[in-house]
Design a protein around this ligand. Structure first.
Ligand code: IPE
Ligand code: IPE
Ligand code: MG
Length: 249
């Protein structure tokens, strides 16, 4: 990172989002455009992730949530899936050493039951370190789908109704949010999708209800801290009305 990347942000700090999500898309096309295997794109994308997480921390965000692997991404060739799993393993091993120093807490969103046991153990290790670290929360969505998350929450609430711990009337928005993978995170303010597509691909369907959306054609491996700042500046200029008229009260 150059010194310039950490220059003060032009956006007014009071308009800094608390929680930003990123759909890390475009790795494959980045590699193919250079005549390289898709794997090279995932490696470059994982470096971008590190740089952006560090930058978001410097900017003072409370939470950064990234889409690393969707419930649908298992449809890809087995070799590509293996490559992505290997990169996640490498990232977690390094994070175990660096989280406390960098003030980054890691958590996972998604159905982790499908994770290979070795990877599962690493997530448990990062969870236990995170409990002792103060700082920005980086959530990695892995084997994550927004519909799957909502269904798992609905099932868990239904089970609590069956045992008598809850009644259906207890299930309001707050209770439902608490049953989602993102329980306890600040509300989602800004969702960024690099890579040129204008869709959510199942990411944070419930949480994005009133998030600001920011799309850019830049492929994820090319995405820089300056691009992140451009998204923050766009966010700062937006007026969030939440269905009202945007005035006071
Ligand atoms: C995002 O990049 C990474 C994952 C979905 C795991 P892609 O691999 O989807 O890259 P493109 O969209 O094919 O370029
Ligand atoms: C979304 O990207 C998932 C991740 C970035 C992890 P995809 O590349 O899987 O999305 P689609 O297939 O273009 O909708
Ligand atoms: Mg893609």
């Amino acid at each position: 990172m150059t010194g310039n990347d950490s220059a003060p942000l032009a956006a007014r700090p009071e308009n800094l989002p608390r929680h930003v999500a990123v759909i890390m898309d475009g790795n494959g096309r980045w590699a193919e455009g250079r005549g390289q295997p898709r794997r090279a794109g995932h490696i470059a994308g994982s470096e971008t992730f590190r740089a952006i997480a560090t930058h978001a921390k410097h900017r003072g965000l409370e939470a950064l949530t990234v889409y690393a692997f969707s419930t649908e991404n298992w449809r890809r060739p087995a070799a590509e899936v293996r490559g992505i799993l290997a990169l996640l393993r490498k990232y977690l091993r390094e994070a175990i050493d660096s989280m406390a120093r960098e003030g980054i807490r890691l958590r996972f969103l998604g159905d982790l039951d499908a994770m290979p046991p070795a990877l599962r153990r690493l997530t448990e290790e990062t969870d236990s370190i995170s409990r002792q670290v103060e700082g920005m929360t980086v959530s990695v969505a892995f084997n994550y789908g927004g519909r799957d998350e909502i269904l798992r929450a609905a099932r868990s609430l239904t089970e609590q109704c069956q045992t008598g711990a809850l009644t259906p009337a207890d299930i309001d928005e707050a209770r439902f949010s608490d049953a989602l993978d993102t329980a306890g995170l600040p509300p989602l303010d800004l969702l960024i999708r690099p890579g040129g597509e204008r869709r959510l691909s199942g990411f944070l369907l419930w949480q994005a209800a009133y998030a600001e959306l920011y799309f850019t054609d830049t492929l994820w491996p090319d995405f820089t801290p300056a691009d992140f700042d451009a998204a923050l500046a766009a966010y700062a200029s937006r007026q969030r009305r939440y269905g009202g008229l945007g005035g006071p009260g």
